[in-house]
Design a protein around this ligand. Structure first.
Ligand SMILES: NC(=O)c1ccc[n+]([C@@H]2O[C@H](COP(=O)([O-])OP(=O)(O)OC[C@H]3O[C@@H](n4cnc5c(N)ncnc54)[C@H](OP(=O)(O)O)[C@@H]3O)[C@@H](O)[C@H]2O)c1
Length: 292
C-alpha cells in the first residue's frame, strides 16, 4: 500500500453543505467546460457544497482525475453479511452519490458489485447526465443481461482479460491480467485514451482498494450514515498493515449533508484544504485565474 506517515490533519468542524439548485447548475456548467463562477450571494452552506464538488466537476481541467466514493455505516460496513446493501446511505448520502456520478465521465465498479447489487449506475436523484458505465470483469463472470448494460444512450464498457462476447454496443476493453489482476494503471490509461478522464470508482471495496493502493485516486469521499451493521463487507478492502504508522492519513475536510457526513480526502498530491472559494480580496474571476 502506498502510504505516507504524516501527522493526522485536523478535520476541522463539519460544515453543512447544501447543493441548492443554483449551486448545482453552476457545477454542471463547470462540468460542461464553463469557467467556475460562484455567486458571492450564496449562503455558507451553498459555498461549502461548491467547495466539495468543484474539484470533481473538472475545474482546472486536470485529467485523468479519478475519485472514489464509499457510502458506509458508522462501523465501516457497506452491506450485511447476507448482501443487503440497499439502504446503507441516507437520502442525502444517496443524492451525494448521484451528484458524484453526474460529475464524472464514467463510473466504474467491480464484477462482485455488479453480481450482488445489479446497479443501474445512472443519475436519477439529481439533474445531470448519465456517465459511461464500466465494469471490471477479468474472467467474464458477469451475465450479459445486467442492468448496467441496458441500452439507454450512455456508453457501456467492460474491462476483461478473457474472450467473453458482450452485447452489441458494449465496448470491450481487453487488457492482460497477471494472476487474475489487471494493472489499475492500465485501466486508467486505457479509459483516458477512450475519452474517459474523470472517473468515479464506486466500489466495491476490492476494486476501490486496487486503485487506492496503486496511488491512482486523486480524491476519496467517504460518506458515513448513522447506522451500525456490526458485520459484513467493508468499503475499502486494502492489504493488511501491522503498524498504524503505515496507515494512510489523508488530508480531509468534513461536510454535513443532513442525513450523512462526508469526509473529503485528498490523495496523490491533491489537497482538500485548497480553498476554491474567493477570499474577500479576490473576485471570483481573479480566484479562477490564480487557481486554474
Ligand atoms: N456502499 C457502497 O458505497 C458500495 C458501493 C459498491 C459496492 N458495494 C458493496 O461492495 C460489495 C462488493 O465489493 P467487493 O469488494 O466484494 O467486490 P468488487 O470490488 O465489487 O469486485 C471485485 C472483483 O472485481 C474484479 N476486479 C476489480 N478490480 C480488478 C482488477 N484491477 N483486476 C482484475 N480484476 C478486478 C475482480 O473480479 P474476479 O473476482 O472475477 O477476479 C474482483 O474480485 C457488495 O456487497 C456491494 O453491495 C458498496
Amino acid at each position: 500500500m502506498t502510504t505516507e506517515h504524516a501527522p493526522a490533519n485536523g478535520t476541522g468542524f463539519a460544515q453543512q453543505a447544501e447543493a441548492s439548485a443554483a449551486v448545482w447548475a453552476a457545477l454542471l456548467a463547470v462540468r460542461g467546460g464553463a469557467a467556475p463562477a460562484p455567486d458571492p450571494g450564496w449562503s455558507p452552506a451553498e459555498r461549502a457544497a461548491w467547495q466539495l464538488y468543484l474539484p470533481l466537476a473538472g475545474a482546472g481541467g486536470r485529467t485523468p482525475f479519478w475519485f472514489g466514493q464509499v457510502g458506509q455505516s458508522l462501523d465501516g460496513r457497506v452491506a450485511t453479511v447476507a448482501g443487503d446493501a440497499t439502504a446503507v446511505s441516507g437520502q442525502q448520502g444517496l443524492a451525494h452519490l448521484h451528484r458524484c456520478r453526474a460529475l464524472a465521465d464514467a463510473v466504474i465498479v467491480g464484477v462482485c458489485t455488479a453480481l450482488a447489487d445489479d446497479p443501474r449506475l445512472t443519475v436519477r436523484l439529481v439533474e445531470g447526465p448519465n456517465p459511461a458505465r464500466v465494469i471490471v470483469d477479468p474472467r467474464g463472470r458477469m451475465p450479459n443481461d445486467v442492468a448496467a448494460f441496458a441500452d439507454d444512450g450512455a456508453r457501456r464498457l467492460v474491462v476483461q482479460a478473457c474472450s467473453t462476447r458482450r452485447p452489441r454496443g458494449v465496448e470491450v476493453v481487453a487488457l492482460p491480467a497477471c494472476e487474475g489482476w489487471i494493472a489499475p494503471a492500465a485501466i486508467r490509461a486505457t479509459l483516458a485514451a477512450r475519452g474517459l478522464g474523470r472517473v468515479l470508482v464506486e466500489g466495491g471495496g476490492r476494486t476501490l482498494a486496487g486503485f487506492l493502493e496503486a496511488g491512482l485516486l486523486e480524491r476519496l469521499h467517504v460518506a458515513i450514515a448513522p447506522l451500525i451493521i456490526g458485520s459484513g463487507p467493508s468499503g475499502l478492502r486494502t492489504a493488511p498493515i501491522a503498524r498504524l504508522s503505515d496507515a494512510l492519513r489523508p488530508e480531509t475536510r468534513v461536510y454535513g449533508l443532513e442525513t450523512d457526513v462526508v469526509f473529503d480526502c485528498a490523495l496523490a498530491g491533491g489537497s482538500a484544504s485548497t480553498s476554491t472559494w474567493p477570499t474577500k480580496t479576490e473576485t471570483a474571476a481573479e480566484a479562477v485565474a490564480v487557481r486554474a
